[in-house]
Design a protein around this ligand. Structure first.
Ligand code: FUB
Length: 653
C-alpha cells in the first residue's frame, strides 16, 4: 500500500452505492416537483395520490399566487417508493375551461364499475370564479377525457366525493361555505339541492372538505383558519350531509405560516394515514407546496388524536440505503438544525448540522434485517476533525471524521451488533459544525482508497432521488454502471464487428438487455455490483470509475443502462453516441448502434436510424470495451434537425 493510501482513511463512495437508494417515506414524499392538495385513494391494492401541481407562473412569475396548469398522479404499494405516472389532465384539454387559466386546484378521484372519475375545479371560459368538472378513464393513471361541460349548479373549489354505505354518492365542495349534495354515480349532475355543512361549526374561513365514513360515522374534515393560517379540523355526524358536530383540531397551524393546508385521510393495509401539504421546498413562497404523509390514530370513541407533522414521515428505512438524517424524528437541541444543500436547488434536499458537542439527531425505524452491518458510511463536511457517537438501541460506537471542507463520503468499519428495527441516534462528541448529508450501513468491509481515487467525486456522484433531466445539450448523465468485467486486450485493433457481436452477445448477468433494470447496489453476480451515478460531465468517465475500484483499470468491458421517460411519443429521433473504445447500444431491446475499431471519444461519432421514443419508459442499454488507455462515453438523442432532445426525464428504474 502506498504512503498516500496509508494516509488516506477509507475514502469511499462505494459502500453507499451498495444500498438501494431512495426507499424511504420521508417527508415530502414527492421530491422532484411541487405537489399540493393531496387526495389519496386505494385502487387495486395500491395508494394513488391525486394532487395539485404547483408551479411558478410561466406568464407572470412576479404574480405571487397559486398557479397550476395540469395534474400528475402518483402510485405506491408501500407509501415509500412513488411512481409518477405523468400528466393525466392539462388545462388545454378541458373543453369548458380556460386554456390559460392556471387554476387546476385541489382534485379527487373515485372508481365505479371499472371507471375512474377524476373531479377537479378549474376556471371556466365563460364567467368568473371556479366550476367543477369531471374527466373519466379506464385506469387510475388515465388517459382521462374531460366531460364537455362542468357539473351544473356548482360554483366552487375543492371537490370531494363520498361513495357512502347507504348506496349513494355524495359530492362536497367549498364556495360560500362548505357544501354537499347527492350526485349521480357518473358525477354528471346533482341529485339533491346543496346543503350547507358548516353552519354549526365554529366561525372562521373553511375550505377543502374531505369526508370519509368509518364504523358507521361520517367525518367532515377541513382546513380552518382559527387564528392566522389553516389548521386541519374535523366534525362528525351519523349522516353524510350532517348536521356535523365540531370535534377539534386534527393538525395545528404551521409555525412557519404556510397559509394553506389541505389533506385527505386514507386507510391502507390496516393503518390510517393523513396526507397533507407544506411548503418544504419553497420556504419563501407558500404557494409552492409539497405533499407529506403522517400516521393517524383514532381513539376508541372514534375521535382523532391530533397529528404532529414530521419530516420523518411514515415507513421503515433499510439500513443499507442512504439514510437522510436531515429528515429526522427528533433533534437534540438548538445546536442541531437543517439547511438546504444548495438553496438554489431545493429539490437536492437538506443536510443536518450538529454545531456543538452534545448536539444530536435521531432517525427512527431503520431496518437492519438479520445481519449486523460491518461498515458505516458518512457523507459529511466539517471544517474541524469531529467524532460522533452512533447509538442503535443497546449497540453503539464512536466514529472519527477527519476535517473536510468539501462534501466527502467516508466508509468506516462498524462493529455494531445490531439487527432488526432500530432507532438511529448520532451525537457530536468532539469538534464543531459537522454537516451530515446521509449515512449508510454496509456489509462488504471498508475499502481503502488513495487520495487520487476520491477524485471520482469530480466526475460522478451517487444518483439523486429525483428523476434527472438531460443536460442542455441533451446528454444523458444518469446511468447504472456495472463494475467492469476483465477482458484483457493488448490492442484495440481486435474490436471488429464480428468480435464485438460475439463478445457482447454473451450472457454476463441475469436480466441483460431486459426492460427491468437492476437496483442501485444490486449484485449482478458473485463479484460485481451495479451503481447508479449522475455524471458531472457530459461524458461518463468509465476509467475513473474503474480506477476508484482497483488499480487494475485496463482491458475492461463495461455495461450500462438507463431509462428515458417521455410524456408523449417523441418520433423521428436518433441515438447519437461517442465512446472510447468500441461500443454497442440498444434502445427498448433493439440494437441501434455498433461502434467498432479503435475509437476515441468523439461527440455524435455514430447515430442510429430514426426511431421513436415511446410515451412512458424507454430502456437504453450500452456496453463499452477498451484495451489500454482511458475509457468513457457520451450519449444523447438528436431530433430530425440534428438538435438535442431534452424534454424527458431520466431514471434508473
Ligand atoms: O391549491 C389551491 C387551494 O389552496 C386549494 O384549493 C385550497 O384548498 C388550498 O389548499
Amino acid at each position: 500500500m502506498s504512503a498516500l493510501m496509508k494516509k488516506s482513511i477509507f475514502f469511499i463512495l462505494l459502500a453507499a452505492f451498495l444500498a438501494s437508494a431512495g426507499l424511504s417515506a420521508q417527508n415530502p414524499v414527492i421530491r422532484d416537483q411541487y405537489t399540493a392538495d393531496p387526495t389519496a385513494r386505494v385502487f387495486g391494492g395500491k395508494v394513488w395520490l391525486f394532487a395539485s401541481h404547483d408551479i411558478i407562473s410561466p406568464v407572470a412569475p412576479e404574480r405571487k399566487w397559486f398557479c397550476m396548469a395540469d395534474y400528475h398522479v402518483f402510485s405506491s404499494e408501500d407509501l415509500m417508493d412513488w411512481t409518477d405516472h405523468g400528466v393525466i389532465l392539462s388545462q388545454e384539454n378541458v373543453p369548458w375551461g380556460k386554456p390559460d387559466g392556471y387554476s387546476m386546484w385541489a382534485p379527487d378521484c373515485v372508481e365505479k364499475d371499472g371507471k375512474y372519475y377524476f373531479v377537479f375545479p378549474n376556471a371556466p371560459r365563460e364567467g368568473r370564479g371556479f366550476a367543477i368538472g369531471v374527466a373519466v378513464a379506464d385506469a387510475p393513471e388515465g388517459p382521462y377525457r374531460a366531460y364537455e361541460k362542468p357539473i351544473p349548479g356548482i360554483w366552487g373549489i375543492d371537490p370531494c366525493v363520498l361513495q357512502a354505505s347507504d348506496g349513494n354518492t355524495y359530492l362536497y365542495w367549498s364556495g360560500m361555505g362548505l357544501q354537499g349534495a347527492r350526485v349521480k354515480e357518473d358525477l354528471t349532475a346533482l341529485e339533491s339541492a346543496p346543503v350547507r355543512l358548516d353552519e354549526n361549526l365554529p366561525q372562521g374561513f373553511k375550505e377543502g372538505p374531505f369526508i370519509f365514513e368509518r364504523e358507521g360515522r361520517f367525518y367532515l374534515t377541513y382546513p380552518w383558519v382559527q387564528d392566522k393560517t389553516e389548521t386541519l379540523a374535523y366534525a362528525m355526524s351519523d349522516n353524510p350531509l350532517g348536521p356535523f358536530e365540531f370535534k377539534g383540531i386534527l393538525m395545528a397551524q404551521s409555525p412557519n405560516e404556510c397559509w394553506t393546508n389541505h389533506h385527505s385521510l386514507v386507510q391502507y393495509k390496516g393503518e390510517w394515514y393523513l396526507f397533507y401539504h407544506h411548503n418544504d421546498y419553497s420556504p419563501a413562497f407558500d404557494k409552492n407546496r409539497s405533499v407529506r404523509i403522517d400516521k393517524v390514530v383514532f381513539n376508541p370513541d372514534g375521535t382523532i388524536l391530533p397529528v404532529t407533522p414530521t419530516f420523518r414521515g411514515v415507513g421503515i428505512t433499510p439500513a443499507r440505503s442512504l439514510i437522510q438524517v436531515d429528515r429526522y424524528s427528533a433533534l437534540g437541541h438548538l445546536d442541531a438544525y437543517i439547511e438546504f444543500l444548495d438553496e438554489q436547488r431545493p429539490f437536492d434536499g437538506w443536510y443536518v448540522c450538529l454545531s456543538r458537542p452534545g448536539a444530536w439527531v435521531r432517525y427512527d425505524r431503520v431496518d437492519f434485517g438479520e445481519e449486523a452491518p460491518e461498515t458505516l458510511t458518512f457523507r459529511y463536511r466539517a471544517s474541524r476533525d469531529c467524532s460522533v457517537y452512533v447509538s442503535l438501541g443497546e449497540a453503539g460506537g464512536l466514529f472519527d471524521l477527519p476535517a473536510s471542507t468539501s462534501w466527502k463520503s467516508v466508509c468506516l468499519p462498524a462493529s455494531l451488533s445490531t439487527t432488526g428495527l432500530q432507532d438511529l441516534r448520532i451525537t457530536l462528541e468532539e469538534g464543531a459544525d459537522l454537516q451530515l448529508d446521509w449515512v449508510s450501513f454496509g456489509d462488504d468491509g471498508p475499502v481503502v482508497f488513495s487520495d487520487s481515487s476520491t477524485a471520482l467525486e469530480k466526475y460522478m456522484v451517487p444518483a439523486g432521488d429525483s428523476p434527472a433531466r438531460p443536460d442542455e445539450d441533451g446528454f444523458v448523465r444518469r446511468w447504472l454502471l456495472l463494475e467492469p468485467i476483465s477482458k484483457p486486450h493488448r490492442t484495440n485493433n481486435d474490436f471488429t464487428e464480428t468480435y464485438l457481436r460475439e463478445l457482447m452477445g454473451q450472457n454476463y448477468f441475469p436480466g441483460q438487455l431486459s426492460d427491468v433494470l437492476p437496483k442501485d447496489g444490486a449484485r449482478a453476480n458473485k463479484t460485481l455490483r451495479w451503481h447508479a451515478f449522475d455524471s458531472k460531465l457530459f461524458n461518463v468517465k468509465l476509467f475513473r470509475f474503474a480506477s476508484n475500484l482497483s488499480e487494475d483499470r485496463y482491458g475492461k468491458l463495461y455495461w450500462m443502462a438507463t431509462v428515458v421517460n417521455c410524456e408523449t411519443d417523441i418520433p423521428d429521433v436518433r441515438l447519437a453516441t461517442g465512446s472510447n473504445g468500441a461500443s454497442m447500444w440498444w434502445v427498448n431491446g433493439k440494437e441501434v448502434v455498433l461502434m467498432d475499431g479503435d475509437r476515441r471519444m468523439v461527440v455524435d461519432d455514430c447515430a442510429s436510424e430514426r426511431l421513436t421514443l415511446k410515451k412512458g419508459r424507454n430502456v437504453i442499454w450500452g456496453a463499452v470495451i477498451n484495451g489500454p488507455g482511458l475509457s468513457d462515453f457520451c450519449v444523447r438523442f438528436l431530433d430530425a434537425e440534428g438538435k438535442p432532445v431534452t424534454h424527458y426525464t431520466i431514471t434508473t428504474k
